[in-house]
Design a protein around this ligand. Structure first.
Ligand SMILES: *Cc1c(COP(=O)(O)O)cnc(C)c1O
Length: 399
C-alpha cells in the first residue's frame, strides 16, 4: 500500500461538528443569530478578555483592529518581517505605511531592541506576531509602546491557547487577533476574532464590521445631524430618543460579519481546544526529542516563561553542515509525501513591498538568514504516532 500525503496542517472535524452546523441550517438564523455572541463570549472567556468581536477572517480582524486604533494616511505601523502578508496589509488598507523590525535569532519573534530603534513620531501601532504559537516578548513590547503612546495589536493567529508568564494570549495587549482558518487551532472554515478589554475599542470594532453603521442607541450621536436625518423626531416622539428604525453610518466600514453557521462550527471546535493543544504539544515534544541531537538541525527554542500553542513546528537547517540545499531537502521530503512548507518568505522582500517602500535583501539580516534555512514540518492534532515517526525518518533520510 502506498503511503498517503501528510500535509503541514489540517483541520480535525468530527460528526458532532457537522451536526452543530446542520442544526443551524435547520433553524431560523443563518447569520446575525445567537451563535455569534455565544462564540464571542466563549472565546473571550478562554483567552481572558472582556470582549470578543468575531469577524469574517483573521485578516478582517487585523484590518478592524487597525481601524479601531485610528490608523490612517501618514501613520506607520511596525511588524515582523517573518509573518503572513496580512500582518502588514491591514495597515496598507487604511493608507498607512508598514515598517519592520528584525527578529530575535532564537525565537524568530520581533526583537524588542530592534523595535525600539524603528519607532518614529509617526508610529501608531506595533503588530507583533506570536510566531509558530510561542508568545512574543509582550511585556517588553507593551512597555515600549506605552512609553511612546502606541497601540499594540498582537497578531495571535498562531497562538490560541498559548500562555505568557501564566497569562493567556488574548489578555496581554490592547487588542489581540485570532484566525479560524482550517490550519489554525480551531476552525470555522474562515473566521477571525479580536479580543480586547476596552469598551470603546470593542464598539469601534463592531462598527467597522457592519459598514460603519450602528443602530445602538448608546452610540447614535443624536446631534443636529441625527435630528436632520430623522425628521420625524422633530415632529413628535422624544427628540432625545431615535425613532425605532433609525440607524446611522458614522464611518466607512465593511461587511466583515461572520455567520451563525460558522460560529456553530467554531463553538463545537472550541470545546476540543484543550485536546488539540495537548496533541500538538505531544507531537512537538516527540519531534524535539528526535531532532535535538542532530548537528544538521536547529530545533525551536522555547522560552521558559511561556507555553507555545504549537501552530507550526519549524526546523532550521544547518546548511553549513550538510551538503544539500534547502530546496533539495524540501523536494526530497515532498517526494516522500511529507507536506513540508516554508513560513514565511520575509514580507519586506515581497515585490509589492519592495516596489512600494524600497525594501531589499540585507535590510533585516536575522529574518533573511532564518528564512534561507527554514523548513516547516507537518503538525496537526489528527496526526498519528505513525505519521510522526514517518516525518522524523523522512527528515533524516532527506538530509
Ligand atoms: C492565518 C494568519 C493571519 C490571517 O488569518 P486569515 O484568517 O487567514 O485571514 C494573519 N496573521 C497570521 C500570522 C496568520 O498566520
Amino acid at each position: 500500500m502506498s503511503e498517503s500525503f501528510i500535509p503541514y496542517g489540517r483541520q480535525s472535524l468530527d460528526d458532532d461538528d457537522i451536526a452543530a452546523v446542520v442544526e443551524v441550517l435547520r433553524g431560523d438564523w443563518l447569520t446575525q443569530g445567537p451563535k455569534i455572541p455565544a462564540f464571542e463570549e466563549a472565546v473571550a472567556e478562554r483567552v481572558g478578555a472582556k470582549h470578543g468581536v468575531a469577524v469574517a477572517t483573521g485578516t478582517a480582524a487585523l484590518h478592524a483592529a487597525c481601524f479601531a486604533a485610528d490608523i490612517g494616511p501618514g501613520d506607520e505601523i511596525i511588524t515582523s518581517p517573518i509573518t503572513f502578508a496580512a500582518s502588514g496589509n491591514c495597515a496598507l488598507y487604511l493608507g498607512a505605511s508598514v515598517k519592520f523590525a528584525d527578529i530575535r535569532p532564537d525565537t524568530y519573534c520581533l526583537d524588542p531592541a530592534k523595535l525600539e530603534a524603528a519607532i518614529t513620531p509617526r508610529t501608531k501601532a506595533i503588530i507583533p506576531i506570536d510566531y509558530t504559537g510561542q508568545p512574543c516578548d509582550i511585556d517588553a513590547i507593551n512597555e515600549i509602546a506605552s512609553r511612546h503612546g502606541i497601540t499594540v495589536i498582537q497578531d495571535a493567529a498562531h497562538a490560541l491557547g498559548a500562555t505568557y508568564k501564566g497569562r493567556p494570549v488574548g489578555s496581554l495587549a490592547a487588542m489581540s487577533i485570532f484566525s479560524f482558518h482550517p490550519v489554525k487551532h480551531v476552525t470555522m472554515g474562515e473566521g477571525g476574532l479580536i479580543a480586547t478589554d476596552d469598551d470603546e475599542l470593542a464598539g469601534r470594532l463592531r462598527l467597522f464590521r457592519t459598514h460603519g453603521i450602528t443602530n445602538d442607541p448608546a452610540r447614535i450621536r443624536l446631534g443636529d445631524q441625527a435630528a436632520d436625518n430623522d425628521g420625524t423626531q422633530l415632529r413628535g416622539g422624544n427628540a432625545n430618543e431615535p425613532a425605532p428604525w433609525y440607524y446611522e453610518m458614522q464611518a466607512l466600514g465593511f461587511n466583515y460579519r461572520i455567520t451563525d453557521i460558522q460560529c456553530a462550527l467554531g463553538l463545537s471546535q472550541l470545546g476540543k481546544l484543550e485536546r488539540f493543544l495537548a496533541r500538538r504539544r505531544a507531537l512537538a515534544k516527540r519531534y524535539t526529542a528526535a531532532f535535538s541531537d542532530s548537528s544538521a538541525l536547529v530545533v525551536p527554542h522555547q522560552e521558559a516563561d511561556r507555553e507555545s500553542a504549537w501552530h507550526l513546528y519549524m526546523l532550521r537547517l544547518r546548511l553549513d553542515r550538510i551538503d544539500k540545499t534547502r530546496r533539495q531537502v524540501f523536494e526530497a521530503l515532498r517526494a516522500r509525501k511529507i507536506g513540508v512548507h516554508v513560513h514565511y518568505i520575509p514580507l519586506h522582500l515581497q515585490p509589492y513591498y519592495r516596489d512600494k517602500f524600497g525594501y531589499r535583501r540585507g535590510d533585516f539580516p536575522e529574518a533573511e538568514a532564518f528564512y534561507d534555512a527554514a523548513l516547516t514540518i507537518p503538525l496537526y492534532p489528527g496526526m498519528t504516532d505513525r505519521d510522526c515517526e514517518r516525518v522524523i525518518q523522512s527528515v533524516f533520510e532527506a538530509l
